[in-house]
Design a protein around this ligand. Structure first.
Ligand code: SF4
Ligand code: SF4
Length: 397
């Protein structure tokens, strides 16, 4: 699709990435001036831990501990996936395979990503704008790879529907755990093909996944600031492998999300922190025009009652694009993708069947069988806060 070639403005600061406007009728985000890189140390959690949002949020951040043992296995100071981080930088085998056809290699890599467990995979150029300037320890990130392979994995519809709860937080962590395993495997496979590769996974990130996923054709940018895919809506988690393996790139896809978000606002209405913007106005953030959530308010809600929830996916769960991936959803999302005029009907029926404020599903009682008692939880988190040790500071940021 080439919708606005004649409107080309020759803003070539995003080369070699394709112009989103050439593929998407109304892009949810687009570069408007040369972008600036972002520091991980400027993300909301490190800032909260440094006390930049006040003592209360700092103290709550330092004592934050997932309450359920499953939750602690996938998040928190002892999370198992941290053991895989040393494998993110793949060793490179001394024999390099000859890539004669980039297209064939791209299909092969995407098929292997799916074999490893990804539900969606796409490839784009790695633009410096999407590489973090530093890591969470403040060390600068040097990454010169040419390509980014972005992968998405679906989260459980039922678990996310309980958000905010420690049950949906466990689902998020479990999906990140799966994504870490698959991204590290894929990076190491590329290393065995003789090319450098780096897995970028949650809490050991080198790149911004959402904009790369948009350029790689996995979905579109939305009002809530997350990726919306045709298959699963926003109910996915992402990981990326960057590499110099010669690949053919994909391009952005047009799902008509921006128009839907213009008239919807369901995530904004249901956000318990009121951190998602209403209205049509977007803001320019580091060179990109987009809707921008108030991450301080969002994170403040995450730390409000950590015995009940450690994070939140309420915006994901209420989004009309978030449905079970069945035939009905496939039909509705296809209609939404094609015809803008159908959006108000879809929204009307979504409100009718699921409510303007959809009910939060209950966490199954049996899930709480081995949950710590609230009194013990308070005692332990108080001890952690009192120790205020370096390990907690490091692992929770
Ligand atoms: S809930 Fe509505 S406004 Fe929010 S991201 Fe989903 S479609 Fe867009
Ligand atoms: S995660 Fe929760 S608090 Fe944060 S923006 Fe989404 S709904 Fe709001």
């Amino acid at each position: 699709m080439n919708l606005k070639k004649e409107e080309k403005t020759n803003e070539n600061f995003m080369d070699p990435l394709p112009r989103i406007e050439d593929y998407v009728r109304r892009p949810g985000f687009r570069p408007v001036c040369p972008p600036t890189r972002f520091k991980q140390t400027d993300q909301v959690i490190p800032r909260a831990i440094r006390g930049e949002y006040g003592e209360d949020l700092q103290e709550k951040s330092l004592r934050a501990l997932p309450p359920h043992p499953k939750d602690r296995t996938v998040f928190g100071p002892t999370m198992v996936r941290a053991l895989l981080w040393p494998g993110c930088e793949a060793p490179v085998f001394k024999y390099k395979v000859d890539v004669k056809e980039k297209k064939k290699m791209s299909s092969h890599i995407k098929a292997f990503a799916k074999e490893l467990g990804a539900d969606l995979a796409g490839i784009t150029y790695l633009h410096p704008a999407f590489i973090f300037e530093n890591d969470k320890d403040g060390d600068s990130i040097q990454l010169t790879h040419k390509y980014a392979i972005v992968m998405a994995k679906e989260m459980s519809f039922e678990r996310i529907a309980t958000s905010p709860s420690h049950y949906d937080h466990y689902e998020v962590g479990k999906t990140y755990h799966d994504m870490t395993i698959l991204a590290v495997h894929l990076a190491n496979y590329i290393g065995q093909l003789g090319y450098p590769a780096r897995a970028s996974v949650m809490r050991n990130d080198t790149v911004f996944h959402v904009p790369l996923a948009v350029y790689a054709g996995l979905g579109e940018y939305s009002r809530m600031g997350r990726l919306i895919t045709k298959e699963f809506g926003p109910r996915v988690r992402l990981a990326t492998v960057t590499t110099d393996l010669p690949l053919e790139v994909d391009h952005p896809i047009d799902l008509n999300v921006e128009h839907f978000c213009q008239i919807c606002e369901k995530c904004a209405v249901n956000c318990p922190a009121q951190s998602i913007p209403y209205g049509k106005e977007k803001a320019e953030i580091r060179g990109f025009l987009k809707w921008n959530e108030d991450s301080e308010k969002c994170f403040g809600f995450w730390r409000k009652n950590t015995y009940q929830w450690m994070a939140c996916s309420r915006c994901i769960s209420v989004c009309p694009w978030n449905k079970r991936n069945n035939l009905l959803h496939k039909m509705v999302s296809t209609v939404a993708t094609k015809w803008t005029w159908a959006h108000r009907f879809i929204l009307f029926f979504d409100d009718l069947f699921y409510g303007k404020k959809p009910k939060i599903k209950k966490v199954p009682a049996s899930y709480n069988d081995y949950m710590i008692e609230e009194e013990d939880y308070r005692r332990i988190t108080n001890e952690i806060a009192a120790r205020n040790d370096e390990m907690t500071k490091k692992t929770m940021r």
